[in-house]
Design a protein around this ligand. Structure first.
Ligand code: ATP
Ligand code: MG
Length: 416
């Protein structure tokens, strides 16, 4: 497991955690299934949450109950919700109120929550859970009593046990209880970093940012590498890659973006007679260079946005030819996805608006009119022997530019 944790924000003061008021309940996702090392996953999840809270503009605190993280602070609850929904590893994000564990106060909080005009005529159900088995009422008695008293206080409401509009949830802990009536979906998945570190080959298209996001959701912390066609193309694709990496970094402790100008090496391949092999040969050069870069920066795998058969360069034979050149495993989270699914996902994670912008992709530079769908390894090897690959890769790595999207333009951390 990758061990470098993000910088820690100081632990909360005890007095902060004792105060009643608005908070957010974060239900754990797959971490919940972990056995003996669950604590490590939860710590990673909390480190990532603290990183996501940086610069929020006020003190915050987090505490864990069983399979739930409670988040609060001296900032508007909506701001906490917005940050928490970008942290991978929570199944749901529930705006809530924290109150002392007694029935009158619980009912008062529920009545307060459901009094708004938006709940006029709504149906509801109460679901209670006791973590504190010493609490004098059983869960079903709590449900019945809270339900009856809320109904009496707000005549516009009705009870519906099967398909309610609102599920009022009451979680009774030892000293305090949590009342919530809204549940927003989280991103689920494993905490970023818990599966290690990967280097994503990030182009300007729809696919690779979605692949990166999928990799993050399986616990991989991601750095990014973008190849552009400089000096033969304009920098539009670099701006796009930067904007995409910045968007993706909002879901993880920020990773670096490495930008490598591939134009000259592409030309060398063309001059060496690549012909219909040009695109696959370029892709092999990319994964060779990316493997070497990953080795330098602690990446354990590469990630690409390939989807099997999507375009000529992504046939099985061509993927095999690309893999043969990589010295690290090439992960392809989108292998079995269709283009429309990928575009829909790009919209939901917020990368589509950047991907749609025009650019000059380095892959189309020098691309033959017909790309081979079955690149033969012997032919590729003959071609590559005409170049001094080690030297080419060394030069590419030396010229790489390192950018830090989403790190340098952030407000400093505010101590809790
Ligand atoms: P995308 O939508 O991600 O650009 P694509 O459908 O255009 O993918 P290709 O251009 O064949 O497909 O690229 C396949 C994968 O190779 C990309 O998803 C990406 O991971 C990697 N890749 C392609 N071009 C570049 C580039 N210029 N820089 C970095 N990685 C690239
Ligand atoms: Mg592309």
């Amino acid at each position: 497991m990758h061990t470098s944790a993000p910088a820690r924000v100081p632990a909360p003061r005890a007095s902060d955690t004792a105060r009643p008021g608005p908070c957010v309940l974060l239900k754990h996702g797959e971490v919940f299934l972990k056995g003996r090392n669950r604590q490590l996953f939860v710590e990673r999840l909390h480190d990532n949450l603290r990183t996501a809270l940086r610069g929020i503009g006020g003190s915050t605190w987090i505490k864990t109950a069983q399979n739930v993280t409670v988040l609060g602070g001296e900032v508007p609850r909506e701001a906490l919700v917005e940050r928490a929904r970008r942290v991978i590893g929570f199944n749901s994000v529930e705006p809530a109120v924290r109150v002392p564990s007694d029935l009158d106060t619980i009912v008062a909080a529920a009545v307060d929550g459901l009094s708004g005009p938006e709940y006029d005529g709504a149906t509801f159900v109460v679901r209670a859970r006791r973590r504190n088995k010493q609490f004098p009422l059983t869960s079903s008695r709590v449900e019945a009593q809270v339900g009856a008293r809320v109904l009496a206080a707000i005549p516009g409401l009705r009870v519906d046990l099967t398909r309610p509009d609102v599920r009022l949830s009451v979680e009774i802990d030892h000293k305090e209880s949590y009342v919530s009536w809204e549940r927003l979906p989280g991103l689920s998945g494993l905490p970023v970093g818990s599966s290690g570190r990967a280097l994503v080959l990030l182009s300007g298209g729809y696919d690779s940012p979605v692949a990166a996001h999928r990799a993050m959701r399986r616990g991989l912390a991601c750095d990014f590498v973008h190849f552009n066609g400089a000096p033969y193309t304009n920098p539009a694709s670099v701006y796009k890659a930067y904007a995409l990496a910045r968007e993706l970094n909002r879901y993880q402790p920020p990773g670096e973006l490495h930008v490598i100008a591939l134009g000259k090496a592409q030309k060398q391949l063309a001059v060496a007679g690549a012909g219909r092999l040009q695109v696959v040969a370029q892709r092999r050069l990319m994964v060779r260079t990316a493997s070497a870069l990953a080795a330098r920066i602690g990446g354990e795998a590469l990630v690409t946005g390939d989807s099997l058969g999507q375009v000529a360069s992504q046939t099985l034979a061509n993927m095999v030819a690309v893999d043969e050149a990589a010295t690290l495993p090439v992960l392809r989270p989108l292998l079995g996805r269709e283009k429309q699914e990928i575009i829909d996902e790009a919209r939901s994670i917020g990368t589509a608006d950047v991907s749609v912008l025009p650019d000059e992709d380095c892959c189309s530079l020098l691309a033959p009119r017909r790309v081979t769908t079955r690149a033969e390894l012997p032919h590729l090897r003959v071609l590559e022997r005409r170049l001094d690959l080690d030297e080419v890769i060394e030069a590419l790595l030396d010229s790489a530019q390192v950018l830090r999207p989403g790190m340098d333009d952030e407000e400093p951390a505010v101590p809790a």
